[in-house]
Write a protein that binds this ligand. Structure first.
Ligand code: NAP
Length: 310
């Protein structure tokens, strides 16, 4: 599988990344096989966040690192900044210096590792202060705990805002993107039309990332809406499923692989973060990296997902 240098840094990462948001569901043996298969498929980057499984995902991964996986052979990224309040209905954001630094210490403990290759701030915090964030980054880098920094779910202006205050190049922005969650490209395709889709919702995030050599990481590729469900075999997306099936047949890959190939085909050189816990599905999806969709196939999938091409 091809690798890219994340945001122009020395980190060479696979185009497909394994998301670890639900790995706490796997028992230890199955998890070891799953991660081993990912590595055999060429995946070398693993995506975590301190909140996944309330820390259990990092903890289980950490146990593998201690026994089955050579830390130096892989890259690990994690995220912080989402906090759970006293009761379940209170979730809030905290990008204060103290919280970022404390979170990384806890992440490293759970992962049983000395360093993160990449730390991302999970979501923008309305109360964030870029100077505090910059100080946290400096301290984490100086102590060798974090090699690089990135953001997640930030719009273009917010990204530039944080970048302006730190000397560390922000190398990634992790955002939702897929055929049925294509808000990042809709306004560009519908530019200069009176249609609703022409409204810019993220300040030109795609172009901003490309101009600044920031790697976009697409999360939840099979989702539609905001965690409403997945497109695979959903009757609401029967046209899309039929098109994916046909294109998949002609390339000899599954529908899931076609969706991922659709993201990888974009010249922004994005990565795709898949979250499957099914090892066979993981192997099938990895084949996406071996095919290249034509322009016509790409637009056909985009339209079949219900999007407009004026
Ligand atoms: N930065 C952020 O805010 C953010 C937000 C969400 C996620 N993420 C990252 O992105 C990763 C991927 O997220 P995700 O797991 O939501 O995305 P996903 O890869 O789109 O998978 C979503 C769900 O679809 C199921 N699925 C996929 N193909 C299927 C098929 N053909 N038939 C039936 N079920 C199918 C998967 O189940 P199986 O396990 O059975 O395959 C999984 O439950 C996460 O692990 C996390 O690392 C980041």
């Amino acid at each position: 599988m091809d690798r890219i240098k994340l945001g122009g840094s020395e980190l060479e990462a696979s185009r497909i990344v394994l998301g670890c948001m639900r790995i706490s569901e796997l028992e230890t043996g199955a998890l070891a096989r799953h991660i081993g298969t990912a590595i055999d498929c060429g995946i070398n980057l693993f995506d975590h966040a301190d909140i996944y499984g309330s820390g259990e995902c990092e903890r289980k991964f950490g146990r593998l690192l201690a026994t089955e996986v050579n830390r130096e052979d892989i890259l690990i990224q994690s995220k912080c900044g989402i906090r759970q309040g006293a009761t379940k209905d209170i979730q809030y954001y905290d990008l204060s210096k103290t919280h970022i630094i404390g979170s990384v210490d806890n992440i490293l403990k759970r992962l049983e590792t000395e360093y993160l290759d990449l730390l991302m701030l999970h979501r923008p915090d309305a109360l964030m202060d870029p100077e505090e964030i910059s100080e946290a980054f400096d301290q984490l880098h100086a102590t060798g705990k974090v090699r690089h920094f990135g953001l997640s779910n930030f719009n273009a202006t917010q990204f530039d805002f944080i970048q302006k205050y730190t000397d560390h190049k922000l190398i990634t922005n992790q955002v939702q993107f897929g055929p049925a969650a294509s808000h990042m490209i809709n306004s560009g395709i519908q530019a200069n039309t009176p249609f609703d889709g022409a409204a810019d919702k993220d300040g030109g995030l795609l172009e901003q990332s490309r101009m600044n050599n920031v790697t976009l990481q697409a999360w939840s590729p099979f989702h539609y809406g905001y965690f409403e469900g997945i497109i695979m075999d959903d009757p609401k997306f029967d046209v899309l499923n039929a098109v994916l099936e046909n294109i998949g047949r002609s390339h000899d890959v599954t529908k899931n692989a076609v969706v991922v190939a659709w993201i990888l085909r974009h010249p922004a050189n994005m990565q795709t973060i898949i979250g499957t816990t099914d090892t066979k599905r993981l192997q099938n999806i990895a084949q996406a990296a071996e095919i290249e969709l034509t322009r016509e196939e790409w637009y056909h999938i985009y339209k079949a997902a219900g999007n407009m091409v004026p």
